[in-house]
Design a protein around this ligand. Structure first.
Ligand SMILES: Cc1ncc(COP(=O)(O)O)c(C=O)c1O
Length: 459
């Protein structure tokens, strides 16, 4: 795959052709998208649902599949941006939610399921104490507040290219363009959206993933001012970027040497990469962990776990961690079912087989068609990176040509596989309800796409 003019023209033609097929298959989605604009801002319920060539309106989901309003069936590997690890309408989740709904959905008082869930999370992730929230944004906001509250310091360190939700402190250098990103050895703190005050942006210092020296420099230059650091221990808002061996453990030591705390944002990784997230897989225990997305089996819930010293600060009233719907009975019932009945060792075994099948099938097609691309997987998550070598940080990711990911997404969609939109940023999610036939549809579509974009000439 080269970027010469003929490859460029070919790619443009493929995208145009596939977008036309896409729109033709979904006339009802098109009508709904237009109608929705009257009372829904932008015609959607979250800005990330505005995707080219048009938003896809869904009618239902069951098992590993979803159906759009036009009746097209998809193997769902979008998984609601990584939340549907349970698949759709999983009987254990549906029963837990229905049963709880019959007995009341909200009291703002704790219910016994919260004890079961907290104990199960402690077992899986190794941190002893937990609280709950309703979204990943709330969880990481609490974690940042807590690091500041415990240390009495205002500055935090965040990794360039990590996303932690839409609160002010972390809406910094999420996906900066080359110019706003600044020099790699000293990345700028670039606001990720309008509406974020500079006074707040300046409190978030930016480091490069897999670069310990950069973090050491920040800690030295702002000695005694940095409360802590938040990062996705495996980056998952820039494809999938893995930590280099020893990076996470060394980061923890470094921060602790300077009296600063470490938060692993496992909102996306969490249960999807394994039963106890990256934390358990890598054997590095941070001071705080945030979870959301897949935790509630598709029901909105989030959790914040902490070490004894960190959470005693909450228990003793040093920081008020609050929320009307925190730990509500519906979310707790769904999460209890997720942890005890759905995310089981057997489910992870099945996912591992499917992970291998997907990676092997796609890698074969990449090889057969001479594409400059490779597959990266982490448990139930995976993606194709259209670059020759593994990407180790955001700057490497910036250089990846996004158009191949978009063309691939269109090919999959028109071929009945729903991957998350947003090109090179997102990953697939294999749920506990997927099977080999689902993965074979993914790999067959990929092979067709690979043949179409290949510039290899025979002979
Ligand atoms: C790593 C990470 N943290 C936090 C969030 C925010 O979660 P939510 O959208 O539930 O607020 C996301 C969302 O994509 C995420 O990927």
């Amino acid at each position: 795959m080269s970027t010469d003019i003929s490859a460029d023209t070919k790619l443009k033609e493929i995208i145009a052709e596939q977008e036309e097929i896409f729109v033709r298959r979904q006339p009802k989605s098109h009508r709904l998208a237009e109608q929705a604009k009257q009372h829904l801002a932008g015609g959607v319920t979250s800005s990330w649902q505005i995707t080219a060539p048009q938003p896809v309106w869904l009618s239902r989901g069951l098992g590993s599949k979803v159906w759009d309003v036009d009746g097209n069936e998809y193997v769902d590997l979008h998984g609601g941006y990584g939340a549907a690890l349970a698949g759709h309408a999983h009987p254990a989740i549906a029963n837990a939610v229905a049963e709880q709904a019959r007995h009341g959905t909200h009291f703002a008082q704790p219910t016994p399921d919260a004890v079961t869930v907290a104990a199960e999370l402690a077992k899986r992730f190794g941190l002893p104490q937990w609280r709950f929230a309703n979204s990943g944004t709330e969880a990481t906001m609490d974690a940042v507040h807590l690091m500041r509250s415990i240390t009495g310091r205002d500055l935090i360190i965040k990794i360039e290219g990590c996303y932690h939700g839409h609160h002010d402190s972390v809406q910094v250098s999420v996906a900066p363009g080359e110019e706003e990103a600044g020099p790699q050895e000293k990345p700028s703190s670039a606001p990720a959206s309008s509406g974020i005050p500079k006074a707040i942006t300046d409190l978030t210092l930016i480091a490069t993933f897999n670069d310990l020296d950069g973090v050491a420099r920040l800690l030295d230059s702002r000695e005694g001012q940095i409360a802590g650091m938040i990062l996705e221990p495996v980056m998952m808002n820039a494809g999938i970027i893995k930590p280099q061996p020893g990076y996470l453990a060394a980061l923890k030591d470094l921060l602790h040497q300077h009296g600063a705390l470490l938060t692993f944002d496992e909102v996306k990784t969490g249960l999807t990469v394994g039963p106890g997230g990256v934390t358990r897989a890598e054997g590095v225990q941070p001071d705080l962990i945030t979870l959301a997305k897949s935790l509630g089996g598709g029901v909105a819930v989030a959790a914040i776990g902490g070490t004894g010293p960190v959470m005693s600060h909450v228990a003793e009233g040093g920081y008020e961690m609050v929320g009307t719907f925190n730990g509500n009975p519906l979310a707790m019932a769904a999460t209890r079912a997720m942890l005890t009945e759905v995310a089981t060792p057997q489910a992870y075994e099945n996912i591992e087989k499917l992970r291998q099948r997907a990676a092997a099938g796609i890698s074969q097609a990449i090889h057969d068609n001479g594409l400059t691309a490779h597959v990266v997987t982490a448990g139930a998550k995976g993606c194709v990176v259209f670059a020759p070598d593994p990407v180790t940080n955001y700057r490497g990711f910036l250089g990846v040509d996004d158009r191949y990911s978009h063309a691939h997404w269109l090919y999959q969609h028109n071929g009945g596989v729903f991957l998350p939109p947003w090109g090179k940023i997102e990953q697939w999610l294999i749920s506990v309800q997927h099977n080999e036939a689902d993965i074979d549809r993914l790999t067959a579509n990929f092979a067709k796409f690979a043949q179409a974009v290949s510039t290899r000439t025979e002979g």
